[in-house]
Ligand binder design. Structure first.
Ligand SMILES: N[C@@H](CCC(=O)N[C@@H](CS)C(=O)NCC(=O)O)C(=O)O
Length: 256
């Protein structure tokens, strides 16, 4: 059973909880044993050299009832004063961890730019998952995939290239240092690279030098490189390949 029960968010003394949130001691990140939506938080925890544990759901049908929205990822935080806190929703967890580990730029304006790029790259991954991965009707899946490549992904590549060029194509979205935006985009690319549709997706992405530079820059960060070299990361990547080869095998297939 997961700890602690997170059916409800704590609501007492939110100012005390806020102080505790800003003084984390250790973390547990619960997500499926694959590199998908939960991968970004893991990467930030590794970058921050946090004391953290990777958790996977056990009896999910039971455990999900103890989570805020019956989805993972979920971040369990133990504060320095011993309080337990829970954050849910990938974008919120990633932004919290990014703030904790200095990945939100140098000022408020940079922070909002970083969050915009972060949101856009989260959306491209989500569009693909909803429109292609989880489309159970083969004809519709093929149609959605074509639309994704010719429209959604094309626009994402073009617009991100423009913004990366505005920043000097230095492998970062904002300024000259690593941010949540860089990590989010790199994780989306790493995720696409492990999918059965990778050859066609990567053919498009690989044409963009600006995006490749972000991918390469994130991969070269020493702390991220060490994480990606770990046995756990490799196991999660293998898990992704197996999962996405036939995602419906892992859940009840939709009835046509
Ligand atoms: N809005 C949520 C969506 C997360 C989500 O869709 N999680 C999936 C796995 S990627 C999940 O836990 N699904 C519930 C299930 O499989 O029962 C977020 O961004 O965190």
């Amino acid at each position: 059973m997961i700890q602690p029960d997170a059916t409800h968010f704590s609501r007492e003394s939110t100012s005390e909880l806020s102080v505790a949130l800003n003084k984390p001691e250790s973390f547990k990140l619960m997500y499926w044993p694959i590199n998908a939506v939960g991968a970004i938080s893991r990467e930030i925890l590794a970058y921050g050299q946090a004391k953290w544990e990777n958790l996977a759901p056990g009896n999910w049908q039971e455990e999900k009832l103890k989570t805020p929205f019956q989805v993972v990822p979920i971040l369990y935080i133990k504060s320095q004063n011993g309080q337990d806190l829970v954050l849910s929703e990938s974008s919120v967890i990633e932004q919290y961890l990014a703030k904790t580990f200095g990945l939100l730029g140098d000022n408020d304006y940079e922070e909002y730019l970083i969050k915009a790029f972060h949101s856009s790259s989260a959306a491209i991954q989500s569009h693909f998952a909803q429109g292609v991965t989880w489309e159970g009707i083969e004809v519709a899946k093929a149609k959605h995939f074509e639309f994704f490549k010719s429209h959604t992904l094309k626009i994402w590549v073009e617009t991100h290239e423009k913004h990366l060029s505005d920043n000097g194509n230095n492998g970062h979205y904002v300024g000259n240092k690593l941010s949540l935006a860089d990590i989010r985009t790199a994780c989306a690319i790493e995720h696409f690279a492990l999918l059965p549709e990778a050859p066609e997706l990567m053919e498009i992405i690989n044409k963009s030098e600006a995006l490749l530079k972000v991918r390469e820059t994130v991969a070269k960060d020493p702390k991220i490189a060490a994480w990606r070299d770990s046995e756990l990361y490799k196991k999660l990547s293998h898990g992704s390949v197996a999962f996405f080869a036939n995602p419906f095998a892992f859940i009840k297939a939709p009835s046509n």
